[in-house]
Design a protein around this ligand. Structure first.
Ligand code: NDP
Ligand code: 2IT
Length: 457
């Protein structure tokens, strides 16, 4: 290593440290955002060392500060005519590559820290897809559980009555996330259309097919996760065939990850909801899970009514004690900590790929990397959902609708190229086999180069 490279490396480290120190001071009460920022920033050392222009343009200090944070009151009437108040958010983080793009989450835990971590991750994920989309996220602390259809509709309409002035097909394009599926997107779309007085289909994605939605969007995140994991397996001379898989969650991402993994010949033995998990050693009956979750909106423990020989356990974390070859966390952030990660290692798990956003904490990630678990980080592995959202935008702009197979083929190509780009970036910067470094760098470079080209503002 030459002296000048050493110097650049030290300079990059010092720069990154100082950016992160300032970020901690400014955002001391936002642990999830700091966690996401720490993971990304410190993996960028080799690329910042080789690109002094990123320091010169102070790209990192700029990229960690959202373009804007929108927070608003959402007042709505419940079925008893009581007025309820929730808080709505939209974080417009970065629009260098395209309009702000990212989902809406309705969950009681939603706060500014969680919104910012999700929007920040989305910048790099969206860049990785190769589609023209920037990074954003939004949502509300509204709890959809136990609400009637009419309450959900009134909440969605109230939420959109404020949000509509901040979004648009060329401005910011929301979609679903936890607690927001095609039903909620439909209600919000109807309200947006009413308020704008125009049919701007590309303002929201995840709409129902037939009403501007793309075929295969519902399946895209779960299928995309499995396509990405299949590339990881291929790298090691393996495949899904006859592998034992544990999937956490039983929502949109989990269900379609299970479907595609089963299609590839894997045995998926467990899935969960926020109350507990089911273990079915003979392999999960996905039709039963779909009926419970998609049709009845019921709890996962009712799976035992369909499969009496399966087991139900309360609590989510011990799902990771079930021995498996492949773990696919598809529920929520920080669902795998160091303890669970050590158990995965001890049980001989060889692959972990993230369907959820930031499901593994920083210690868990280090444990995978140190123990030869091949790890597919969220922003690469779960990018299929937003990638197909971008394809939905393309169909909306051109007023066409593609076949399921056409979208699915494009999704497969996108997931393969995200894998290849991440792997090659890791190799190029001296971290072969580390897809965390690889995906962070591959996504970052696209955004950073765009920021340099745009100039300071
Ligand atoms: P859904 O609302 O469809 O399902 C969420 C699932 O996760 C449910 O089974 C839910 O259980 C469980 N869950 C939610 N919160 C918790 C919690 N705090 N502890 C344990 N389990 C929990 O959401 P999605 O499937 O769409 O999203 C799942 C994850 O995937 C999220 O991290 C999301 O950000 C990410 N993601 C989603 C994409 C998409 O296209 N939808 C794209 C990329 C990532 P319960 O029913 O009990 O609440
Ligand atoms: O986390 C995510 O990538 C999503 N929730 C999907 C976002 C989108 O705009 O489709």
């Amino acid at each position: 290593m030459t002296t000048s490279v050493m110097t650049n490396d030290t300079r990059a480290k010092e720069y990154i440290n100082s950016v992160f120190e300032q970020l901690k001071q400014k955002n001391a009460h936002q642990p999830e955002f700091l966690q996401a920022a720490e993971e990304i920033l410190f993996s960028l050392t080799p690329v910042v060392a080789q690109h002094p222009e990123y320091i010169e343009h102070n790209i990192l200090s700029r990229i960690v500060e959202p373009d804007r944070i929108i927070s608003f009151r959402v007042a709505w009437q419940d079925d008893n005519n009581q007025v309820q108040v929730n808080r709505g958010y939209r974080i417009q983080f970065n629009n260098v590559i395209g309009p702000y793009k990212g989902g809406l989450r309705f969950h009681p835990t939603v706060n500014e820290s969680i919104m910012k971590f999700l929007a920040f991750e989305q910048i790099f994920k969206n860049a990785l897809t190769g589609q023209p989309i920037g990074g954003g996220k939004g949502g509300s602390d509204f709890n959809p559980k136990g609400k009637s259809d009419a309450e959900i509709m009134r909440f969605c309409q109230a939420f959109m009555s404020e949000l509509y002035r901040h979004i648009g097909p060329d401005v910011d394009v929301p979609a679903g996330d936890i607690g927001v599926g095609a039903r909620e997107v439909g209600f919000m779309w109807g309200q947006y259309k009413r308020l704008r007085g125009a049919y701007e289909a590309g303002v929201l994605t995840g709409k129902k097919p037939g009403y501007g939605g793309s075929l295969a969007r519902k399946e895209a995140t779960g299928y995309g996760l499995v396509y990405f994991t299949a590339e990881m397996l291929r790298e090691k001379g393996e495949s899904f065939l006859n592998k034992t898989v544990v999937v956490s969650g039983s929502g949109n991402v989990a269900i379609y990850a299970i479907e595609k993994a089963q299609h590839y010949g894997a045995k998926v033995v467990a899935c969960s909801d926020s109350a507990g998990y089911i273990y079915d050693p003979e392999g999960i009956d996905l039709a039963a899970v779909k009926e419970i979750k998609e049709v009845k909106g019921d709890r996962i423990h009712t799976y035992l009514n369909y499969r009496p020989n399966a087991e139900y356990h309360e609590g989510c974390t011990s799902i990771w004690t079930i021995p498996c070859d492949i773990a696919l966390p598809c529920a929520t952030q920080n669902e795998i900590n160091s303890e669970s990660a050590r158990i995965l290692v001890a049980n001989g798990t060889k692959f972990v790929a993230e369907g959820a956003n930031m499901p593994s904490d920083l210690e868990a990630i280090n444990i995978y990397l140190e123990n030869d678990i091949y790890f597919g980080p969220a922003k690469a592995a779960n990018a299929g959902g937003v990638a197909v959202s971008a394809l939905e935008m393309a169909q909306n702009s051109s007023r066409t609708a593609w076949s399921f197979n056409k979208v699915d083929e494009k999704l497969q190509d996108i997931m393969k190229s995200i894998y290849t780009e991440s792997k090659e970036a890791a190799e190029k910067y001296g971290y072969a086999g580390n897809l965390v470094v690889g995906s962070n760098i591959a996504g970052f470079v696209k955004v950073a180069d765009g920021m340099v080209a745009e100039g300071v503002y």
